[in-house]
Design a binder for this molecule. Structure first.
Ligand code: NDP
Length: 261
């Protein structure tokens, strides 16, 4: 490298410790598997689905990687603080965070949405990302004696395109994640931490069934220029690139992974 200025991790052999929130299935589980294969020690956070989280841990162990699973609701401050303290103890200080945990509630028009629903959607998607990023920054920032690191927030293309099929609360939550990504990236750019987001289009995971519309991918993909839904691996690879030193000059970036939408 023509090294006029050291890149963020220049000369420092970081021990790679990754926390993936919502890592028990879908995009999070795939990210955890690929990261472990790439040498990260991985903490798989989940909310309810312990059996699925343990299955990912075992799969990683069988492939020769290192992973642990820790339960916790990302929207609950005590749970998040306990999660990161346990990671310190079991894996060492975190150097990478993927804020992936997210929920999509069932399709509903705006007139029908109540405050309790808005609170659930914003708490998991937005407050969860904020609280986990805060704990990561407390450990990674050079301002606090850390060695730097990287954060990737999992947003959605709904933040840019809206949610014409009646998930406006979800679109609003993801819009907040985009703004949070840009703002936080600038705030801590001089402290060795890069912050970026991926904005997936429609990806084959269980989240669509939780939205009450199991065939949603098939319906939405008609409007995708590449004429197909995406696979979790196609998002996970973008996340891992943003975490890696290959992306050493990228911060505050919102990377669309949408098949051209
Ligand atoms: P899934 O529904 O397949 O998985 C969601 C994961 O998040 C599960 O591991 C779940 O844990 C966990 N989770 C949910 N709520 C919480 C919480 N409060 N605390 C901790 N963990 C929680 O989702 P996807 O893989 O599809 O989605 C992952 C991310 O990607 C989300 O942020 C989603 O909004 C985003 N996204 C997805 C798209 C898609 O088409 N699939 C498109 C654009 C964005 P448990 O198993 O224990 O319930």
């Amino acid at each position: 490298m023509d090294n006029h200025e050291n890149p963020v991790y220049g000369g420092i052999a970081l021990k790679k410790v990754l926390v993936v929130t919502g890592g028990s299935r879908g995009i999070g589980a795939t990210t955890a598997r690929l990261a472990a294969a790439g040498g990260y020690a991985v903490c798989i956070n989940y909310r309810h689905n312990e059996a699925a989280a343990q299955a990912v841990v075992e799969e990683i162990a069988q492939a020769g990687g290192k992973a642990i699973a820790i339960a916790g609701d990302v929207g609950n401050e005590d749970d998040v603080m306990r999660l990161f303290a346990e990671v310190d103890e079991k894996l060492g200080p975190v150097t990478a965070l993927v804020n992936n945990a997210g929920i999509l509630e069932r399709q509903m028009r705006v007139e029908e949405m109540d405050a309790a629903r808005l609170s659930r959607v914003l708490t998991t998607n937005v407050i969860g990302s904020f609280l986990c990023a805060r704990e990561a920054v407390r450990r990674m920032s050079t301002r606090h004696g850390g060695e730097g690191g990287a954060i990737v927030n999992v947003s959605s293309i709904a933040s840019r395109l809206g949610a014409p099929d009646e998930y406006v609360d979800y679109a609003a939550a993801k819009g907040a994640i985009d703004s949070f990504t840009i703002g936080l990236a600038k705030e801590i750019a001089g402290e060795g931490i890069r912050v970026n987001a991926v904005r997936p289009g429609v990806i084959y995971t269980e989240i669509h069934a939780s939205g009450g519309e199991p065939g949603r991918v098939e319906r939405v993909k008609a409007g995708v220029p590449m004429q197909r839904g995406g696979q979790p691996e196609e998002v996970a690879r973008a996340i891992l690139w943003l975490l890696s030193d290959e992306a050493s000059y990228a911060t505050g970036t919102l990377l669309d992974v949408t098949g051209g939408r």
